[in-house]
Ligand binder design. Structure first.
Ligand code: MN
Length: 257
């Protein structure tokens, strides 16, 4: 019987690219948490075959972790690559990265407070990126929207494109639109959600989608819609931060296996 091939295959990254990552406990934990975040977001329909989630490197704020170009539900810790903020992969890692990794690199550069970034095409959010109706916090679970959800229109600075954020200049323009908010919508494309932890970025990405669906229902009722005011939103966002580990534990358990 022939010996199994040691050649790399598309589903099986080379060992060399991940060598060393496991020797740093903080990095190993970050890789496992990010792999879990990929599965959680996929199970919630926030990510499908497209979209991605990243985390800043635990030992170096000038780098971040993001999976190779692979459907999020299939991502394991071994699929995760390390990039600098220019979005160059670690030396020797020649696996195929996501085209839109510049979303992540430029947000980390512009926002030192951001530790995790989710980029999604979740359907319920798309109408608000195309309409003059702003996405606003309809309920307490989406109170982070109280700091606004500005819309990034790639055409304003870059003319006709395929709508993807393909380079540093486009990523920088998106980060400028996001400014100090937790969510930015992307016309004809999707949205980004950011947070100071992976758990909270996942939470915000999930509840952005749910708020968008509920807001459409509230508008469809036809009366006047009363949203959380900025003070209510701020109080609620602080309160939600205190219970984040409850959904995070549940979601990770649901997404196992
Ligand atoms: Mn995209």
């Amino acid at each position: 019987m022939p010996k199994p091939s040691r050649q790399p295959t598309p589903g099986r990254p080379r060992a060399r690219a991940t060598a060393g990552k496991r020797t740093d406990p903080a990095l190993a934990a970050a890789l496992d948490e990010l792999a879990a975040a990929n599965r959680v977001l996929a199970r919630h329909g926030v990510l499908d075959a497209y979209g991605h989630v990243s985390v800043r490197h635990p030992g170096d704020p000038g780098r971040f972790l993001l999976a190779r170009s692979r459907a999020p539900e299939l991502v394991t810790a071994a699929d995760i690559m390390i990039f600098d903020l220019d979005c160059n992969p670690a030396r020797g890692d020649d696996r195929r990265p996501y085209l839109e990794r510049f979303i992540h690199g430029e947000i980390y550069r512009a926002r030192p407070d951001v530790i995790a970034v989710v980029h999604s095409h979740a359907p319920a959010v798309i109408p608000f990126a195309a309409s003059s109706v702003p996405l606003r916090p309809l309920y307490h679970m989406a109170s982070f929207l109280g700091r606004g959800a500005p819309v990034f229109d790639i055409a304003e600075r870059f003319g006709k494109t395929d709508m993807l954020v393909r380079n540093a200049a486009q990523g920088r323009a998106l980060a400028e639109t996001l400014d100090g908010s937790e969510v930015a919508l992307m016309r004809g494309h999707g949205y980004v959600a950011v947070a100071p932890t992976v758990a909270r970025a996942v939470f915000r990405a999930i509840y952005t989608q749910l708020n968008a669906a509920l807001q459409q229902q509230a508008i469809a009722l036809g009366g006047t819609v009363k949203y959380l005011d900025p003070e209510e939103a701020a109080l609620s966002d602080e309160s939600n931060a205190g219970t984040i580990m409850r959904p995070w534990e549940l979601w990770q358990r649901m997404a196992k296996g």
